[in-house]
Design a protein around this ligand. Sequence first.
Ligand code: ZN
Ligand code: ZN
Length: 118
Amino acid sequence: MDSWKLIYTTKCYNCGKVADQIIEIYSNQAFVKCSNCGATRYYILKKVGIEEDNIIEIEKDKKMKYDNWFLEKNAKCYNCKKYAPQDILITESGMYVRCRNCGFTRFYRFHMVDVQKS
Ligand SMILES: [Zn+2]
Ligand SMILES: [Zn+2]
């Protein structure tokens, strides 16, 4: 799988400024880095499998301390090999990437945050 790079502009949980948050998703890990302060959240692949299409909806509606981010990207699915929209949900506890065509889902669990002072 190619790595995916996405940008989501929102208020940073660390520096509090509205800034581009750079999201990088790899096959076994993912990162979210604030372009302003450099604070980086690390996620590690925890689970893969075919999931019901409501898994994202259920997680999306959970009330968390931080806002959930909901993104989508057209990409070739690792499982069905079709070029299909991939729903991406990022919460404070994890990240879901789900193929809208076949339901193949990768779940990355939040691992740690690194707040750089640079
Ligand atoms: Zn920041
Ligand atoms: Zn698929």
